[in-house]
Design a binder for this molecule. Structure first.
Ligand SMILES: Nc1ncnc2c1ncn2[C@@H]1O[C@H](COP(=O)(O)OP(=O)(O)OP(=O)(O)O)[C@@H](O)[C@H]1O
Ligand SMILES: [Mg+2]
Length: 508
């Protein structure tokens, strides 16, 4: 025997909308309207029936129970008025409801059963202070997280209360709408359920018209407004392709294993590097990353002429080391590699170890100018965009170092309302010590000055080292990298202070 499910307008929003409001809901609207989840979150495109659904649900909640308060919050004043107008006109046009409308002001619709629908803009102080049973946020992505934080506790404290959020995709990774929506998509539960409504879910939206819009509008706009996809206000800072096309599985050479070149008496027989240092605090490690110019024996000349390629000869991160031990390690590393410049972060815990490092280098008569750098949003933006630029122009090769690659992938950016960009590895994605030290090191390089100027006296010694086929690697972007990679010997002048650096001490 098949069970026939009878939907009654007093208990079912679908039947209510069809029989009382005279509007049959579409399937996607029904699934949402019938959900019992405490938080219902919809990320939607244009013209999919958001306003229609919200007003039907608001009226259902307010008319089928007595003394209920439905609070509609919109991002702006006009939108909030329009949404209430929609509710009012649906109620007045329904023969069964029109009699119960007691009062319809600009912001409150009062019904004879003691229930009311209140509509306010998010900026309004009225968002607080109501005993709310159903909170509906329209264009939730445009509502400040602060406002949400202030409003949410009062609602959640009421038994049986519900929250509904609908918006086009907007808001950074930390925005409450995006987080809740993602949670409901990834792990739907009685608590949170989410839906994705691109414009194509509406039977009225015509594919040919959408195609015309796609052609005339920018791709980001079309994706956001019609495909309901989050575009680039936030996301991964580096694309997977940018990272992976620059990776070569060459050997990282620890300072103690470095075999120094023999270039004759008149040369400083060490490999020059620029180094970036990130000082750890609690979870994070102390990290040192060196960047130098790669000796490619002219093998990439067809692509880069006399411009040299940068790479990371060595990097290390040490958890649970004292600053003193890590400083000693940095100083010792400067006895084989030759530091030209070191960028050391002084914000957070960095000021003291930076000064100590300067002093220790000096005492130990180890080369290296220490720059005291303050890592703010602007510096991160210029540092990471320099890395991005070098990757895109194929001037930077990355080692196949799983933790470094993981951190590069974990790096996210978010466009803030102030117009600036926040770049960070979010806590859930792990550490940022290596990417930060890489950023510091890269901030010291001047690619225009990294050019091959081989002294003819050096050429013979280079020829001897030219790798044979087995010892030659290739990145996906087509750069040749020796497996036993080494910096270009006797190459200096490509490193210097980045803008805004406070020069510390220190060259003995
Ligand atoms: N269930 C339905 N049955 C018939 N027509 C509907 C239904 N739902 C919505 N519509 C119609 O589809 C159009 C878009 O609906 P609505 O305004 O609710 O969408 P929206 O997503 O709020 O649009 P916008 O993105 O412009 O704010 C309107 O003309 C509306 O009357
Ligand atoms: Mg609308």
């Amino acid at each position: 025997m098949t069970e026939v499910v009878e939907y009654h307008p007093a208990t079912d929003p679908g039947a209510f909308s069809a029989q009382i409001l005279g509007r049959e809901l579409w399937d996607h609207q029904l699934a949402f309207a019938r959900s019992k989840a405490r938080y219902r979150v919809v990320c939607a495109g244009r013209q999919v029936g958001k306003s229609t659904t919200l007003s039907a649900v608001a009226l259902f909640e307010a008319t089928t129970r007595n003394n209920v308060t439905v609070l509609l919050v919109s991002a702006g004043e006009v939108a909030s008025r329009r949404l209430l107008e929609e509710c009012t006109s649906l109620a007045l046009n329904s023969p069964m409801l029109s009699g119960s409308v007691l009062d319809d002001s600009k912001s409150i619709l009062t019904l004879s059963n003691g229930s009311r629908i209140i509509s306010v803009p998010a900026s309004s102080r009225q968002i607080r202070g109501w005993p709310v049973d159903v909170l509906i946020l329209d264009e939730a992505g445009f509502i400040d997280t602060e406002i949400w934080r202030a409003a949410e506790p009062a609602i959640i404290a009421r038994p049986g209360s519900r929250v509904i959020m609908v918006s086009t995709p907007w808001g950074g990774l930390d925005h409450f709408f995006r987080q809740l929506w993602q949670r409901g998509m990834d792990r739907p539960s009685e608590q949170v359920e989410s839906w994705h409504w691109p414009s194509t879910v509406s039977p009225l939206v015509d594919a040919a018209l959408l195609e015309q819009i796609r052609e005339r509008e920018s791709p980001d706009y079309f994706r956001r407004e019609f495909l309901a996809e989050w575009t680039d206000e936030a996301g991964a800072y580096f694309t997977e392709a940018e990272i992976m096309s620059a990776v070569a599985d060459y050997e990282l050479v620890a300072p103690e294993d470095l075999v120094l070149p023999w270039l004759g008496d008149r040369f400083d027989q060490r490999y020059t590097v620029a180094a970036g240092i990130d000082w750890g605090f609690s979870r994070d490690a102390n990290a040192l990353t060196m960047v130098s110019v790669l000796e490619d024996f002219g093998l990439n000349q067809n692509r880069h002429g006399d411009n040299l390629i940068f790479y990371v000869p060595w990097l290390e991160a040490q958890h649970n080391w004292s600053y003193a031990d890590f400083i000693d390690r940095i100083v010792e590393s400067g006895r084989t590699y030759r530091y030209d410049f070191l960028a050391s972060e002084v914000n957070g815990v960095g000021a003291y170890p930076t000064d100590d490092l300067s002093a220790r280098l000096q005492e130990s008569r180890v080369d290296g100018w220490v720059g005291r750098v303050w890592t703010d949003a602007k510096r991160k933006q210029s540092g990471f965009s320099k890395i991005k630029g070098l990757l895109q122009r194929r001037r930077l090769v990355l080692p196949n170092h799983p933790e470094l690659l993981k951190q590069l992938r974990g790096l996210e950016f978010e466009q803030l309302a102030s117009g600036s960009t926040r770049i960070a590895v979010p806590d859930r994605a792990g550490h940022d010590d290596l990417v930060m030290s890489l950023m510091q090191a890269v901030s010291l390089v001047y690619p225009d000055y990294a050019r091959r100027t081989i002294d003819t006296n050096l050429r013979w010694s280079l020829e001897r080292e030219r790798p044979v086929a087995d010892d030659l690697l290739e990145t996906r972007s087509g750069l040749y990298v020796p497996r036993h990679a080494k910096p270009v010997a006797y190459s200096r002048g490509w490193a210097g202070w980045p803008e805004g650096v406070e020069r510390g001490n220190s060259q003995w």
